[in-house]
Design a protein around this ligand. Structure first.
Ligand code: EPU
Length: 321
């Protein structure tokens, strides 16, 4: 179902953004900055102002035999940037092919796929302080990256607007092919391991498993994969020996929410005009004209079943507005 915003403003430069913030037109608490909007679920009309970055451009800052540093405008489409890195023979971003959204959001959300997180590539992030228009550059460490998390979602939420991200990419061939079926897909198609082919295979895997948001409303993974204590994992593993897992820090284990949801019988199931996607249970799809509230109702039902069956709390990756 369509929802409306009272006002939408796109700015095209850092100066325009600063001017806007200092103009008094944007009141605290009455604005929302979006990227591509691919991780947002609107449950009602938005009465404030939606801000969007139109800052474009991709500038080569430095180059050695080993690596390049590239500064990219927050409003660039993420996958256009990945395509550009592959065309230039720069390594690092190819596993993140076809992720929807924009460059600015990549640095807020720490997007990740197929064994790579964007934090592995980010050198620094430039941002403007909403309160006084001052510029600040964040080093990678200062961004406090974690799984789908950063300082921009926590302590500094709503306080800074990202204008540019500088990525560091390699010039020497290093591939990460050990996640899921990436390597076996390359082998099955007798493809040489090149940047182009890795991108092609990742795009194909994603298209097979994930619905295209342009065709069917969805936000990719609706939930984050939960981290559970090792002891709880060992107990579960006895009942479910096929439970997939990824070792994590601090005595925790990451388990796939998609697997838990499928085991609860949700894969392919609908509730009214909303369904759990039949090829990937981590995705919720709008089958047509469903409201945001209907999506939330299905998500809540899924969360409740996973907790009831496994005693594991799962949380949305999607932000509700
Ligand atoms: N699985 C099932 N049933 C399902 C879905 C998954 O049993 O319906 C199992 C798979 O068999 C596999 C494991 O769960 O053993 C992991 O599945 P998959 O590789 O599809 O990845 P995921 O954990 O479901 C995460 C990211 C995706 C990313 C993929 C690939 C999150 C929340 N999601 O999904 O990111 O593309 O890994 O790296 O971490 C996104 O964030 O929007 C997104 C699509």
């Amino acid at each position: 179902m369509n929802v409306w915003a009272a006002c939408f403003i796109e700015y095209n430069s850092e100066d325009e953004l600063r001017e806007l913030l200092l103009s008094g037109k944007i009141l605290p608490g009455s604005w929302l900055h979006i990227g591509g909007g691919s991780n947002l679920l609107f449950t009602k009309n938005y009465e404030g102002t939606i801000l969007h970055s139109g800052i474009k451009g991709c500038e080569l800052l430095s180059e050695t035999d080993e690596a390049v540093e590239v500064r990219v405008g927050a409003g660039e489409r993420w996958d256009d940037f990945v395509k550009y890195t592959v065309a230039n023979g720069w390594y690092g971003a190819e596993n993140l092919s076809l992720i929807p959204g924009e460059v600015g959001a990549s640095a807020v959300q720490n997007i990740g796929a197929y064994g790579v997180e964007v934090k592995d590539l980010i050198a620094s992030v430039e941002a403007i302080n909403v309160a006084d228009g001052m510029f600040r550059r964040f080093t990678n460490e200062e961004c406090r990256y974690a799984y789908r998390d950063s300082i921009f979602k926590k302590e500094l939420k709503g306080q800074y607007i990202i204008t540019h991200v500088t990525y560091r990419l390699g010039k020497k061939a290093v591939f990460r092919l050990n996640y899921g079926n990436v390597r076996s897909e390359l082998e099955r198609n007798a493809c040489a391991v090149t940047l182009d082919n890795v991108r092609r295979v990742i795009v194909r895997i994603r298209k097979e498993k994930l619905p295209d948001p342009a065709e069917k409303g969805n936000a990719g993974s609706f939930f984050m994969n939960p981290f559970i204590p090792k002891e709880q994992f060992e107990t579960l593993k006895q009942s479910y020996p096929d439970l997939p897992f990824f070792p994590a820090d601090n005595g925790k284990v990451k388990v796939p929410a998609g697997w838990l949801i499928e085991k609860c019988g949700w894969k392919g199931r609908s509730m009214g005009r909303v369904s759990v996607y039949d090829k990937q249970a981590l995705v919720i799809v709008n089958d047509g004209n469903a409201t945001g509230d209907e999506v939330v109702r299905l998500a809540d039902a899924v969360i409740a079943s996973v907790y009831e069956k496994f005693g594991i709390a799962i949380f949305p990756e999607v932000n509700y507005v």
